[in-house]
Ligand binder design. Structure first.
Ligand code: 13P
Length: 256
């Protein structure tokens, strides 16, 4: 069975002190839901302190992006080697990094391979724009993003990879994709592409999240879908009660 995974992507929110105080309050509330993998993704300033505050818990920590080289003259960047042992996951390919920071499919693939080489699990975000969606290009575009991200990655390495389907038009807009539509893209496009690349066993074992305006009121709609294995959550992950409720609803819907 695929273990459901709920990750809170805090984006550019919370100071160092706020981040640590937040996880100290959050951790005991999430403790009962051990059937769900629970992940928080703070900003880089707060990362080490949050990891330290969560050390005695089973809540995992993710970074929000990474460079693909282990070291070098890349002013401002953080390497997979620096993150090794500190984080469990790194989100790569987020549409905000693709849109505002010039991330490309090729770089996302480099980052995925560099993370795997450092024993860190990538959460690879993919998703189409509103224009692509309206032009009926979603399946072709998302399928190609998945293929590009996985270039040169082996079937054995796929055990370490999580995908997140995040339609750009649904991020932070309150306009979420319906559970049924999200399930169709996640199952019919992303999982189908994985099957084409690696075969049915890998496709059936890979976890794929939905992201985009996920909140307590729509969580069951997503978690009730057979191909959706969790959520990558922005806004609603910034509040202890909302994030706790999302995890509780996922546990209820998935029966874990
Ligand atoms: P929102 O949940 O705020 O729409 O953000 C989704 C997201 O981008 C998570 O990575």
């Amino acid at each position: 069975m695929r273990v459901p995974i709920i990750a809170g992507n805090w984006k550019m929110h919370k100071t160092l002190d706020e981040s640590v105080a937040f996880v100290r309050e959050l951790a005991p509330k999430l403790a009962p839901f051990s059937g769900i993998e629970r992940v928080v993704s703070p900003n880089y300033i707060a990362l080490a302190a949050v990891a330290d505050a969560l050390k005695a818990t089973d809540i995992q920590v993710s970074a929000q992006d990474v460079h693909w080289e282990d070291q070098g003259a890349y002013t401002s960047q953080i390497s997979p080697h620096m993150l090794k042992g500190l984080v469990d996951y790194v989100i790569i390919g987020h549409s905000e990094c693709r849109t505002y920071l010039g991330d490309t499919d090729e770089n996302v693939n480099r980052k995925a391979k560099a993370l795997l080489a450092n024993d860190i699990k990538p959460i690879i975000a993919v998703g189409e724009s509103l224009a692509q969606n309206e032009a009926g290009e979603t399946q072709a575009f998302v399928g190609q993003q998945v293929r590009a991200a996985l270039d040169g990655i082996t079937a054995a390495q796929m055990q370490q990879i999580v995908f997140a389907y995040e339609p750009i038009w649904a991020i932070g807009t309150g306009k979420n994709a319906s559970g049924e539509v999200a399930n169709t893209i996640i199952g019919g496009t992303i999982r189908a592409t994985l099957e084409d690349l690696y075969g049915g066993e890998v496709a059936a074992a890979t976890r794929i999240q939905y992201g985009g305006s996920v909140k307590p009121s729509n969580m069951i709609e997503y978690m009730g879908q057979p191909d959706i294995d969790g959520a990558l959550v922005g806004g609603a992950s910034l509040k202890v009660d909302d994030f706790t409720e999302l995890v509780a609803l996922a546990a209820q819907a998935k029966g874990v």
